[in-house]
Ligand binder design. Structure first.
Ligand code: FES
Ligand code: FES
Length: 179
C-alpha cells in the first residue's frame, strides 16, 4: 500500500509499488489528464508537480513517493483560472492538445521559481516534444502567465462544454486507489 497526497486528497494505492506514477494516476486514480507519450523520459507529456518540482511521472515509481504531495493538471485550479491556464487560452497555444498538460505543469513550476523567465529559461524548463509545433506560442504564454501573476493580462477562465469545472478538478478514486 502506497499513500500519496494527490491534488490535496490523500489516496492509498493498493497496487505494485514499482508501478510508475503515470499509470497509478491514469489507471488507478482515473486522473487521465496526465498523458503517456513515450514512457522513456523523452517527451515531457507526463509531467506533474511533485513536492514543488516538475517530474516526469513515467520515470518514478510510486514506492519512491510515499507521502509526497503531487499536483496534476486536474488539480492546478478548480475553475481553470490558474495564470498559466489563462495564458494558454489567451495565446491560443493548443493545437492537438496532447502535450499541453505536461507543459502547463512544467510552466507553473517554472513560474514559482522564476517570475520573469527568458526564452532560454523557458526552453530549458520545457524541453518537451510537440510534433504540432506550438513551442513559439508556449514561450509567449509563459511570459503572459508571468504578467498575469504580476497583475495584468488575465482572461476569464473558459471551461470546456459539458464538464463542470468542479468535476474536472476533483480527484476521482477508482478501483484500487482509495481515499
Ligand atoms: S511519457 Fe514520460 S517523458 Fe514521455
Ligand atoms: S499540441 Fe499536439 S503534441 Fe503539442
Amino acid at each position: 500500500m502506497t499513500s500519496l497526497i494527490i491534488n490535496g486528497q490523500p489516496l492509498r494505492f493498493d497496487i505494485d509499488p514499482q508501478t510508475p506514477l503515470l499509470w497509478a494516476l491514469r489507471d488507478a486514480a482515473n486522473l487521465t489528464g496526465t498523458k503517456y507519450g513515450c514512457g522513456t523520459g523523452d517527451c515531457g507529456a507526463c509531467t506533474v508537480e511533485i513536492d514543488g518540482h516538475a517530474i516526469l511521472s513515467c520515470q518514478v515509481s510510486i514506492r519512491a513517493l510515499e507521502g509526497a504531495f503531487i499536483t496534476t493538471i486536474e488539480g492546478l485550479s478548480n475553475d481553470r483560472s490558474h495564470p498559466v491556464q489563462q495564458a494558454w487560452v489567451a495565446e491560443n497555444v493548443t493545437q492537438c492538445g496532447f502535450c499541453d498538460p505536461g507543459m502547463i505543469m512544467a510552466a507553473s513550476v517554472l513560474l514559482k521559481q522564476n517570475k520573469n523567465p527568458s526564452d532560454a529559461q523557458i526552453d530549458a524548463a520545457l524541453p518537451h516534444v510537440c510534433p504540432c509545433g506550438v513551442l513559439p506560442r508556449v514561450r509567449r504564454a509563459v511570459k503572459r502567465a508571468a504578467a498575469i501573476m504580476a497583475g495584468s493580462g488575465g482572461v476569464a477562465p473558459v471551461p470546456p462544454p459539458d464538464i463542470p469545472p468542479a468535476e474536472a478538478a476533483r480527484a476521482v478514486p477508482a478501483l484500487k486507489a482509495r481515499p
